[in-house]
Design a protein around this ligand. Sequence first.
Ligand code: SF4
Length: 223
Amino acid sequence: MQLEQAAPQDILRWAADTYGDGLALVTSFQPTGLVMLHMLLDIAPEISVLTLDTGLLFPETYALVEQWERQFNLTVTRVRAAQTVAQQAETYGDALWQRNPDQCCHLRKTVPLGDTLRGYAAWITGIRRDQAETRRGSAVVSWDSKYDNVKLAPLATWTEEMVWTYIRAYDLPYNPLHDQNYLSIGCQPCTRAVRPGEDARAGRWSGQAKIECGIHLPLEKKA
Ligand code: SF4
C-alpha cells in the first residue's frame, strides 16, 4: 500500500494488522490525536493508548483524558518520569523549565517515553506538516532511530481545518483551552495562548529558542 497517499483510516488499519499488540498510540489529547483515537475505537479498540503525564499539565488536560476514558470506555496509560516534579526540584533546583527546558523535557518526556516505546514495534503520533516549520518534512511512515521502531503519522498531510471539521462532525470532547486561543497545548509553565497571526506552536516555550520537546527531533549526531 502507498501509505503516503492513503486515507488515515487505511493507514491505521494497515498498522493494526501489521503490528498487532506491538502498536501504540501516543497522544497528548490534542486535536489530531483525538481524531486518530476516535478512528481507532473502530479499527483497533484494544490498542495501547499512551499519554505523557509530566505532572505539569493543565487541569483541563487531565480532565479531558478522564472524560475520554469514561465516555469511550478507554484505559489510557500515563507515562511518567522517574522523579516527581518535587523530586526534580530537589535534584536540579526549582522551575528547571525556566533555566534549562531542554533538560526538563529530556527528563520528563523524552526519557520516559523512550523507556516505554522501546517495548513496541511501532507507534502512532499526531504530528502534522502544517503545525510548524520543524514538521514540514514529517513522513507518514519512517524508521525512528531514537526508539528503534517504526513511527507513523497518519494525519501528517491533514490541515488544522480538516482536523476540526472531523472533531465537530463527531462532536468529540476536546480541550476547552483551544477556545481561548491555546492552539497547541503542552505543560502549563511552558504554554501560552497565541496572538492573532501567530504560528499554532508560537505559544510553546514562548520567549525561548526551543520549539520542540525533543520527541520528534532526530538523534543528535556525535562529533
Ligand atoms: S514542556 Fe516545559 S515543563 Fe514540560 S517537560 Fe518540557 S520544559 Fe518541562
